[in-house]
Design a protein around this ligand. Structure first.
Ligand SMILES: Cc1cc2nc3c(=O)[nH]c(=O)nc-3n(C[C@H](O)[C@H](O)[C@H](O)COP(=O)(O)OP(=O)(O)OC[C@H]3O[C@@H](n4cnc5c(N)ncnc54)[C@H](O)[C@@H]3O)c2cc1C
Length: 546
């Protein structure tokens, strides 16, 4: 048996930030449990190595979704990091916080304390940016956020074409001007991936009140009535009982956090009973509201050499050596070189579309493996920022090892289809404008505009994919149906919090890692406040308040 004051389940983006902050109080014993293994983190630090880790069960839960009837029955890989650092150890390292309006929208939805003015200090506190300032960017936080050390010409061309199409230029997409087109920044330190584990936990492992255990699969939570008192886990083949003297924080991510709640009896009571799980709390929204950025990965055949040409054995060896010595070059950078946040139409109330440009393209080779062919390919990623479609998660069995069923429904809502159709027009517009357009041979698979809306729709239904940003499955809100209250406490329970991307009440205009870190940082503040003497939050008060 192991004991701690606070037990944190999952050493991913949010979990690492949260545990580092909470354990800064030497009076609080913090235990972090992570299902993935500590070993083999070396390869994850090479930014270009993500092609080797995504889908690899050593680092990735590698979920397979259920067929999606809104996309012709498409089923696909849903990667989720399974190692110290969680998804931040296998992600594309794109660092973007989203728009101020995204968080003000959270606040307007009842999430008091999550407006931009509340979350900006947390964003600033957690980062060390290349160019800190007094208003928007931090200069002393654990997470390094760096400019690209290697830039491809075609990304510069893409930016110019975007400007020529009417997208404003942004000097810093994490600065005051989020709407616009500009260079991407990376969760990268001196050319190496800077995962949440590297940034937040590794530097404080020496704290006597902090313990991090890897290879621990948490199977279910233990309760005394409605109070979280610990959990049952498995380390290697052995059972492990953990006592949480003051509470448990779930930071297991948008798929595993709701799974763990359901396995522990918190979910839709009737569905749990059918699986032989005794309900502790009837909370039907657990696992619901699954939102994901839907979008297209459009491959572009370019006239001039793209980064695909840098992957010959000789060039790859050179770039690896260059990275080892100088920590720069094509293997030192995140996937995307430039990003844009822009409006699908002039009438759109906010930037509802995002572009990414990758200076390389990949195809699926023999055995279903992703390969980088020796062709001049680039990839334009276009996605909708605020999907209205909702999927859900469904527990298949009471066995904690059985993967949960993921029902994506990416194109359920007509508004999402309409936004993506405009996005497709934008892809064609970029392909016909400015220096990027001049250097482009063809957009592979994209129907010609002349083929009409029917052809576009058929293409969208066939080609739309998830962008690896699932969120919202333990929705935060002030209403009775919300899974967690704005202080991240699970409603109707005591000593139990959720602090990861599951709590999103609405999606954001941006990739989700920075926001996950912010939720960890802000969550730690809220939980520390709840743990202060006199701050007890009786269950009855919570229920009355909703
Ligand atoms: C392939 C990929 C590419 C991406 N690219 C980008 C990008 O470029 N930029 C960006 O901003 N975002 C990106 N994202 C999304 C972003 O990384 C995630 O949204 C973010 O990391 C989620 O943080 P989290 O803390 O909610 O969960 P995670 O970081 O996923 O952490 C959850 C942790 O909990 C552990 N865990 C789960 N269940 C258990 C259990 N039962 N017992 C013990 N431990 C458990 C997991 O192993 C994991 O370590 C990407 C994601 C993926 C998968």
């Amino acid at each position: 048996m192991v004991e701690a004051d606070i037990v944190v389940v999952g050493a991913g983006s949010a979990g690492c930030a949260l545990a580092a902050h909470l354990s800064a109080d030497p009076g609080l014993r913090v235990l972090v449990l992570e299902a993935g293994r500590r070993n083999r983190l070396g390869i994850t630090r090479l930014p270009a190595a993500l092609l080797r880790t995504i889908g690899n069960p050593r680092y990735d839960w590698a979920y397979q979704s259920e067929p999606d009837p809104t996309r012709g029955g498409q089923a696909e890989l849903w990667p989720r990091g399974k190692t110290l650092g969680g998804s931040s150890a296998i992600n594309g390292m794109i660092y973007v916080r989203g728009a101020a309006a995204d968080y003000d929208a959270w606040e307007a939805m009842g999430c008091t304390g999550w407006g931009w003015r509340d979350v900006l200090p947390a964003f600033r506190r957690l980062e060390t940016a290349d160019a800190p300032d007094a208003t928007h960017r931090g200069g002393a936080g654990p997470q390094r956020v760096s400019a690209l050390r290697w830039r491809h010409r075609l990304a510069a061309d893409f930016i110019e074409s975007g400007v020529a199409c009417g997208i404003p230029r942004s000097a810093d997409l994490n600065g005051p001007q989020h709407e616009g087109i500009g260079w991407n920044q990376g969760s990268i330190r001196e050319g190496r991936r800077h995962s949440a584990y590297d940034a937040f936990l590794a530097p404080v492992l020496g704290r006597p009140n902090l313990t991090v255990l890897d290879d621990v699969l948490v199977e279910r939570l233990r309760f005394d009535g409605r109070r979280g008192t610990g959990l049952a886990a498995r380390r290697g083949g052995a059972a492990l009982e953990v006592v949480a003297r003051r509470g448990v924080v779930l930071t297991a991510g948008a798929i595993n956090t709701p799974q763990l709640l359901m396995l522990s009896g918190i979910g839709e009571a009737a569905a749990l009973r059918r699986l032989g799980i005794a309900p502790v709390l009837d909370c039907p929204e657990v696992g619901r509201n699954l939102m994901e950025h839907p979008g297209l990965y459009v491959q572009a055949e370019m006239a001039a050499p793209t980064a695909n040409r840098e992957t010959t054995p000789l060039r790859a060896a050179y770039h690896l050596a260059r990275w080892l010595v100088r920590h720069d070059g094509p293997v030192s950078v995140p996937t995307a070189q430039a990003l844009a946040f822009f409006r699908s139409t002039p009438e759109a109330a906010e930037p509802d579309l995002q572009f990414h440009i990758f200076p390389y393209g990949s195809t699926i080779g023999r055995g279903g493996k992703r390969v980088i062919p020796r062709r001049n390919l680039a990839t334009i990623l276009m996605n909708a920022n605020f999907p209205r479609s909702r999927g859900w998660l469904e527990l298949r069995s009471a066995d904690p090892v059985a993967p949960i069923a993921i029902h994506p429904r990416l194109l359920e809502h007509e508004d999402d289809v309409a936004v993506l159709l405009h996005g497709l027009d934008w892809v064609r517009r970029m392909a016909g404008t400015g220096p990027f357009g001049a250097g482009l041979h063809s957009l592979i698979g994209v129907p010609a505009a002349a083929a009409g809306r029917g052809a576009d729709l058929a293409y969208l239904r066939e080609a739309t994919r998830p962008f690896y940003h699932p969120a919202g499955t333990c929705r935060m809100g002030a209403d009775a149906a919300a899974v967690v209250a704005p202080d991240l406490a699970v409603q109707g329970m005591e000593g139990l919090w959720v602090a990861d991307v599951s709590v999103f009440p609405r999606h954001i205009a941006g990739n989700t890692n920075a926001t996950a870190l912010m939720i960890g940082e802000r969550g730690a503040e809220l939980i520390a406040a709840a743990l202060r003497p006199g701050a007890a939050r009786p269950v009855e008060t919570v229920l009355e308040a909703t």
